[in-house]
Design a protein around this ligand. Structure first.
Ligand SMILES: NC(=O)C1=CN([C@@H]2O[C@H](COP(=O)(O)OP(=O)(O)OC[C@H]3O[C@@H](n4cnc5c(N)ncnc54)[C@H](OP(=O)(O)O)[C@@H]3O)[C@@H](O)[C@H]2O)C=CC1
Ligand SMILES: Nc1c(N[C@@H]2O[C@H](COP(=O)(O)O)[C@@H](O)[C@H]2O)[nH]c(=O)[nH]c1=O
Length: 393
């Protein structure tokens, strides 16, 4: 049922304020295979009791996070209102269905912004109503859609969400002239990168990086010990992966993609169950994904180091004139658009609308910019969380 069909369509000022808080909280989560979701429970007197947000695939959903926060703080939620940025789920995932958790907590009302696109007909709203919970939707719907616009697109496009990783010097080098690159990043940046490796489904590098670096591509802690969920390791390129390459590991979680076509690589990964891939490099692989407009977020670790020569971060995007430049917007999700990590800066960006010219049928892919996107006004140098909620994904 949509808000238009719902007989109860008004929202209180307290619910609107709670939705603002929920949208803000959602931005603390990571971009990726799951949408950003925030939830706030409001008491009968309009007071905001607890806030929750989703921390990425495999972790508690925002509603469950808020309910758990209430349980640990000894807050009784009977008769309260759950305000959430996405329709509560109805499926038994790793954390159980949120609709049931809401019913079990005695929550009397649910206000959500947008339907879950995966299962709108038999979603959590119907389960909640059947259990006697009052459900209204549509509050701040446009902002909630914007919050996850790129995620909705990626789900719709049936390809994995793509995070591009670049660990570079101040003068945009990812390796020195002799190919050495370990390490450009600070230990704090490396720890952050390994945290992302834990959350994604797959990590992808080019054959040249395998030959030069012989990387393991596992998620590890500062002692070098494997941590948590390990990503599938994908190597893209026509050359064989050497039999003794470290990337092969001993767990069978390695995939050679014998292609130079990023779309083909993504479709093979999607078919293999990957919903979120981090493309780590090197230069030619990063450039190929960017030139095809296949990047959903960009994470740049910028080290205050100069090399003056060596491998450039990018190797040509087919851009001949400034009007064709790819322009990116600052993304406040996942802890902020700009953060210090030790001596490095971590920059978090998303594709900006507006500046990307339309692709044409007769222009080679490498000489084209990303696929067309809606127009917007100029972006701020650094966006606030609220700005991003309004104009980001
Ligand atoms: N600082 C950092 O963040 C990182 C640094 N690096 C560094 O980058 C350097 C390697 O970068 P680079 O030389 O650019 O190599 P890449 O790792 O980008 O691999 C390039 C190879 O991938 C294959 N390939 C697959 N698709 C394409 C495509 N669309 N376009 C071009 N090639 C494709 C080709 O091999 P084939 O013939 O097999 O098809 C090509 O030779 C190393 O020195 C490494 O240390 C690497 C990763 C991260
Ligand atoms: N040099 C460099 C990175 N390099 C990336 O890390 C890979 C090595 O992975 P592993 O063998 O698992 O430690 C390497 O091949 C390349 O993809 N990453 C960064 O965050 N910062 C850096 O300075």
């Amino acid at each position: 049922m949509t808000a238009a069909q719902n007989p109860i369509s008004a929202f209180t000022a307290a619910e609107a304020a709670a939705m603002d808080t929920a949208l803000e909280a959602a931005l603390q989560g990571p971009r990726g295979a799951n949408p950003l979701v925030g939830a706030v429970v409001v008491g009968p007197d309009g007071r905001q009791l607890v806030t929750g947000y989703h921390r990425g695939a495999g972790t508690a959903h925002a509603e469950a996070d808020a309910i758990a926060a209430a349980a640990s703080a000894g807050v009784d939620l009977h008769g309260s209102t759950m305000v959430v940025t996405l329709e509560p789920c109805n499926h038994v995932g790793r954390t159980g269905p949120c609709a049931q958790a809401i019913i079990d907590a005695g929550i009397a009302n649910v206000v959500y912004a947008v339907d879950d696109p995966h299962d709108p007909a038999a979603g959590g709203a119907a389960t909640l109503r059947a259990a006697g919970v009052s459900v209204r939707s549509g509050l701040a719907a446009e902002r909630a859609l914007e919050l996850n616009r790129r995620w909705f697109q990626a789900v719709d496009a049936k390809r994995p969400f793509v995070t591009l990783h670049i660990a570079q010097t101040l003068d945009s080098r990812i390796a020195a002239e002799d190919g050495t690159s370990q390490w450009i990043s600070s230990p704090e940046s490396l720890a952050d990168n390994h945290g992302i490796r834990n959350r994604i489904d797959a990590i992808l590098v080019g054959t040249q990086t395998v030959l030069v670096d012989n990387p393991r591509l596992t998620a590890r802690d500062a002692n070098g010990d494997a941590t948590g969920k390990q990503p599938l390791r994908a190597v893209m390129g026509l050359r064989d992966v050497p039999a003794d390459a470290a990337v092969r590991g001993d767990d069978g979680k390695v995939l050679h993609l014998p292609t130079r076509d990023p779309r083909k690589a993504l479709s093979v990964l999607f078919a293999a169950g990957t919903r979120h891939v981090m493309v780590e490099g090197g230069s030619r692989i990063l450039s190929a994904f960017l030139a095809e407009g296949l990047v959903d977020e960009l994470i740049v670790y910028l080290a205050p180091t100069l090399l003056g020569s060596g491998t450039p971060a990018l190797n040509g995007l087919g851009i001949g004139t400034l009007a064709q430049a790819q322009r990116w917007a600052w993304d406040a999700a996942s802890g902020g658009a700009v953060q210090f990590l030790g001596r490095d800066l971590r920059l978090h960006l998303l594709p900006e609308e507006a500046t990307v010219p339309h692709r044409t049928q007769d222009t080679p892919a490498a000489a084209q910019s990303p696929s067309p996107q809606p127009t917007s006004t100029d972006s701020l140098p650094v966006r606030t969380a609220a700005d991003t909620a309004m104009g980001g994904y």
